[in-house]
Design a protein around this ligand. Structure first.
Ligand code: GLC
Length: 432
């Protein structure tokens, strides 16, 4: 195991990521042959499945109910602004019509380029589009049989004809195809580095140079040099960090303390790929709170679903996204274009902020007036975001001595939205 290669150029530029830090909420979609066995996308590794055993899924892959327009309209209704689809996961199967391999959707009973249909559908809804491409490949003969490989205990070994550089050429070739044949791609998600398979092992700088030359505006995640654990490593290369199944306790910053773009990727249940036995879903309240938490710390939420082998997003996940969408329809102004506030986290919830508009996300039912600590004399007006009604800034008799704070009461002392009641506060001056 060698240390991650940090000898690579940090490609961060402010403007490239502007849309991403504005949009805040995206849909991650893990879909591949692994949907059929329905035990998650790592099952080949976990169950040490041979190529021959896995071939069964390739031979029967036929998602007859795949209609990405339904995925796209769901994402739109949920308030998501972009999506990232696994064009190819660690299993090596391409959902697209690559010229570099036969292990692709067009050679299965599906017989279609599923990536193209996804891109068309999401663009039609006005959503930004992203593709995930694995750095690993458990199907390719030039990928090493290492500690993560399904064949690690099989007795199969690589012979003299094995050549990892041929694999890296192949990897670069796939990226070239995805960025050449499918129009403008907004995000490229490369996943992931581990052990000595990191940075220049992937010929990372050359790959990034090619990506930038083909699609100058694309944003790239940070995993050419990092793995799933990247809270500390942050951004050595790429445009945004990718904390996985975790929301960093205080956002993400570089060595100088400047905020870095980041996107927490989190599953709706506990699996990325379709897993028929996993019903341990986060509820809509959890998801809204996670989204607000990310934004309050200058981050995004990329929320994952795993469609089933027929091509449908599980009903449970659809229902959850619909409910998130109901909240977003009234409150998305407190998410899009927003980021952290300089004010400390309030005891009753969280703040998000956009210029001189501060959004108070009230998550805990208040006892008495809501206190806006430090904002005495600084709030021009307060409105319930969901319907625009006024909330009078008052000086409650029982807090009259707290002149540094501003106060308001929620109507009837109840939370109009028990999930998250958002109050829009127009501040006097530029920012809090
Ligand atoms: C990890 C896992 C993977 C999933 C990804 C999402 O890299 O290998 O299965 O695609 O995280 O962040």
């Amino acid at each position: 195991m060698t240390a991650p290669n940090t000898n690579v150029t940090n490609q961060l530029t402010g403007s490239r990521t502007d849309w991403h830090t504005h949009d805040r909420f995206g849909l991650f979609i893990h879909w591949g042959l692994y949907a059929i066995p329905a035990r998650g996308e790592w099952l080949r590794k976990q169950e040490k499945i041979s190529d021959a055993q896995y071939q069964v899924y390739f031979d029967e892959f036929n998602p007859t109910r795949y209609d990405p327009r339904t995925w796209a309209s769901l994402a739109k209704r949920a308030g998501q602004k972009y999506a990232v689809l696994t064009a190819r996961h660690h299993e090596g199967f391409c959902l697209f019509d690559s010229k570099l391999t036969d292990f692709k959707a067009t050679n299965t009973p599906a017989g279609r380029d599923l990536v193209r249909e996804y891109l068309d559908a999401f663009r039609e809804e006005g959503l930004k589009v992203g593709l995930y491409n694995s750095l690993l490949d458990w199907h390719h003969p030039d990928y090493p049989i290492d500690r993560l490989h399904p064949l690690r205990d099989s007795g199969v070994t690589r012979d003299d004809t094995y050549d990892f550089s041929r694999y890296v050429d192949y990897l670069h070739g796939l990226v070239r195809e995805l960025l050449t044949n499918y129009g403008k791609i907004d995000i490229l998600w490369l996943d992931f580095s581990y052990d000595d398979m990191t940075g220049e092992a992937w010929r990372a700088q050359e790959l990034v140079n090619m990506i930038r030359s083909l699609q100058p505006d694309i944003i790239i995640n940070n995993r050419l040099t990092t793995g799933h654990t990247n809270l500390k490593t942050g951004l050595q290369m790429g445009d945004f960090s990718t904390p996985e199944q975790i929301i960093p306790s205080s956002g993400m910053v570089d060595a100088q303390g400047n905020p870095l773009p980041w996107e927490a990727c989190i599953t709706i249940n506990e699996s990325w790929g379709y897993s028929s036995g996993d019903h341990n879903c986060k509820n809509p309240t959890d998801i809204i709170h996670m989204l607000v938490e990310c934004v309050s710390k200058n981050g995004n939420l990329l929320l994952n679903v795993g469609p089933d082998p027929k091509g449908e997003i599980p009903d449970e996940h659809v229902d959850i996204l619909e409910q998130v969408g109901r909240w977003m329809r009234k409150n998305s102004e407190s998410i899009y274009g927003c980021g952290s506030s300089d004010l400390p986290k309030p005891e009753w919830g969280r703040y998000t902020q956009n210029g001189n508009i501060l959004y108070a996300h009230i998550l805990d039912k208040p006892m008495g007036p809501i206190s806006l600590n430090g904002l005495g004399g600084r709030v021009r007006k307060a409105r319930l975001l969901s319907n625009g009604t006024e909330l009078a800034i008052s000086k409650p008799w029982n807090a009259a001595d707290c002149v540094d704070n501003a106060f308001f009461y929620l109507p009837g002392n109840r939370m109009p939205d028990p999930i998250d009641t958002v109050v829009m506060l127009e501040l006097i001056g530029d920012s809090a």
